[in-house]
Design a binder for this molecule. Structure first.
Ligand code: 2RA
Length: 329
């Protein structure tokens, strides 16, 4: 299969290459795509060297599928051109996520929505992906009424410049700033731009995308998203109120049975999910499973995942795997 990776030189794009190789996706030819500036650069993939081309050149090479992670403006401009040429696009930017004509897919949650008509498929926001994988089995069993989520997000969600800022600050070195404030030894309660209602775009993504992916607008979601000086992955404190009563042992069993979830929950042995353990992995790790004792039918969870993997690259590759399994690419 001819596979294009648009944004191949970025953090998520290079993670896509890693995941494609690790999961042995049947790539007969790789087409790495980046801006004019990177054109001609060599990318190594599974022992072979490929030259970076522009998006326009990639269309002419007629890939079967194109994984995009090159920002919203590139997706807005080029995803329709790829789709017009009969190339299926899986886009990691936010450009198409809330477009009513486009599917927003986490394979373990709503993979069944994909059809042959879907030529531009949106990959959800990283902090949304890891949460809905956990919500899915619980919604099916107990019907979710309300979710209150607070996130603790890795600087890798911002990109290389943010990782460099953290490392420079840690080493007392001056350098470019990705954030308006120091990030080392600090937390910044601000991810993406503030909206009229006082929420940030990141918080609104978690709210709106969750309803679309779960296919249920009755689920009330509120979010506070925070940047922290970590690189291994995003962590989330999730409080879930259900319509129906639950038994903690059944909750644990449902989570353990959920595809893509690993339960790490043994406080007596100090076992709980942490970004340093999730780093480089594809699963969503859940622990600190306990009742909210302030009100009935309410649960507290702690959810951790590598935001570059399941939160972006791996989910996109899993969508491609699902399309292939359904003979849609
Ligand atoms: C972040 N979820 O963490 C956003 C985009 N990757 O910055």
């Amino acid at each position: 299969m001819k596979v294009a990776v648009v944004g191949a030189t970025g953090l998520v794009g290079s993670e896509m290459l890693t995941v494609l190789a690790e999961r042995n996706f049947p790539v007969s030819e790789l087409i790495p795509v980046a801006s004019e500036r990177s054109k001609g650069k060599e990318i190594e993939f599974k022992g072979k060297k490929y030259k970076v081309v522009t998006a326009t050149e990639a269309i002419a090479l007629k890939p079967d599928v194109a994984l995009f992670s090159a920002g919203g403006s590139t997706s807005t401009e080029f995803a329709p051109q790829f789709a017009e040429a009969g190339i299926t696009v899986i886009d990691n930017s936010s450009a198409w996520r809330m477009d009513p004509s486009k599917k927003l897919v986490v394979p373990e949650v709503n993979g069944d929505v994909l059809t042959a008509d879907d030529k531009i498929i949106a990959n959800p926001n990283c902090s949304t992906i890891q949460m809905v994988v956990v919500l899915k089995p619980l919604h099916e069993k107990y019907k979710i009424k309300r979710v209150v989520v607070s996130t603790y997000q890795s600087v890798t969600g911002t990109g290389v410049k943010a990782v460099d800022q953290l490392m420079n600050e840690r080493q007392g070195v001056e350098g470019e700033k990705a954030y308006p404030y120091q990030i080392d030894l600090n937390v910044i309660p601000h991810i993406d731009v503030f909206q009229e209602n006082g929420y940030t775009k990141e918080e609104m993504k978690m709210i709106l995308e969750t309803n679309k992916i779960m296919g249920d607008d009755s689920i009330k979601v509120t979010a506070t998203t925070v940047r922290i000086p970590v690189i291994g992955g995003h962590s989330e404190s999730v409080n879930i109120e259900f319509e129906n009563e639950f038994d903690l042992a059944d909750v644990r069993a449902a989570l353990e049975a959920q595809e893509g979830v690993i339960v790490v929950d043994n406080p007596a042995n100090l076992e709980y999910p942490m970004p340093k353990d999730a780093h480089g992995k594809d699963e969503v790790f859940v622990g600190r499973i306990r009742r909210d004792e302030t009100q009935p039918k309410t649960l507290n969870l702690w959810v951790v995942a590598d935001n570059l993997r399941k939160g972006a690259a791996t989910n996109a590759v899993q969508v491609a795997e699902l399309l292939k399994a359904k003979n849609l690419i």
